[in-house]
Ligand binder design. Structure first.
Ligand SMILES: NC(=O)c1ccc[n+]([C@@H]2O[C@H](COP(=O)([O-])OP(=O)(O)OC[C@H]3O[C@@H](n4cnc5c(N)ncnc54)[C@H](O)[C@@H]3O)[C@@H](O)[C@H]2O)c1
Length: 260
């Protein structure tokens, strides 16, 4: 039996990176998917990649900071697939910069997308899950081990991800009575365009070759980069009823880097 057979799952920021890897893992687990990203071509690229026939995916443009766009995406998804069973809050942004010199706008943007965007998607999705027959569902928020560790030159990002972990705990406690399970995953060092941007930013300051530096940015115990689909497979488990006893948690998927 597939873990998410005939469930409908929405993934934000699904156009590339962890969003795309998660989309692959979720469709492999038997679900229908609402795939959103900032632009329609980005969302469609993942839909074509994982579901060339287009039977099990709906690709839409929706900026997570735009409340009406998120509501519209959920409405269209429910119209197409009948209900919403799960949400993966994957869309996120990172602005590298020292805490002394970063422009205030960088913090605003990271909080708007990484925290407000997640809260907005959770609220609109939960309202849908509560009103449909067989009330309930599952939400997985993608935080980061940065939200626990506090890496240098990422203060705003670290704070935003710590907020996602806190929000996850609050929503799990509040929505348990509606049968909605809310958890977070905390990746680290996943091979995506975002990690490439981090390597490029550091390399510019150290004089290293970005590619060589990127190759060293692997979890010590694992000895290689984590692949997006590996994060996706953990998310599939957390979306499934097999994870009913895991609630309000922030689960490290970082190859052993963070022991807490
Ligand atoms: N790559 C890593 O090592 C790593 C580690 C820990 C956490 N994360 C988190 O995982 C998630 C995905 O990261 P990634 O590495 O795949 O990043 P990425 O930059 O490669 O992809 C992010 C996707 O989100 C989309 N997006 C950005 N802002 C959006 C918005 N306002 N509305 C809708 N979509 C938006 C982008 O268009 C892009 O497709 C993020 O939340 C990130 O913070 C990544």
């Amino acid at each position: 039996m597939l873990m998410l057979n005939n469930k409908t799952i929405l993934i934000t920021g699904a156009g590339q990176g962890i969003g795309r890897g998660t989309a692959q893992a979720v469709i492999d687990a038997g679900a229908h998917l609402i795939l959103t990203d900032l632009t329609l071509p980005a969302a469609r690229a993942t839909a074509h990649h994982i579901d060339p026939e287009g039977d099990r995916t709906l690709a839409l443009a929706a900026d997570v900071t735009d409340r009406s766009a998120v509501a519209g995406a959920i409405e269209q998804g429910v119209e197409r697939f009948g209900r919403l069973d799960g949400l993966v809050n994957n869309a996120g942004v990172l602005a590298m910069g020292s805490a002394l010199h970063s422009p205030a706008d960088d913090l605003d943007r990271q909080l708007a997308v990484n925290v407000q965007g997640v809260a907005t998607c959770c609220q609109i999705a939960a309202r849908q899950m509560i009103t449909q027959p067989d009330e309930g569902g599952a939400i997985v928020n993608i935080a980061s081990n940065a939200g626990k560790v506090g890496y240098p030159n990422m203060a705003g990002y670290n704070a935003s991800k710590a907020a996602v972990i806190s929000l996850t705990r609050s929503l799990a406690a509040e929505w348990a009575e509606h049968g909605i399970n809310v958890n977070a995953v905390c990746p680290g060092g996943v091979e995506t365009p975002m990690l490439g941007e981090v390597a490029a930013w550091i390399a510019k300051r150290t004089g290293d070759e970005p590619e060589q530096l990127l190759a060293t940015m692997t979890p010590a115990q694992l000895g290689r980069h984590i692949q997006p689909i590996e994060v996706g497979r953990v998310i599939v488990f957390l979306l499934s009823s097999q994870a009913d006893i895991i609630r309000g948690q922030a689960i490290n998927v970082d190859g052993g880097d963070t022991p807490y």
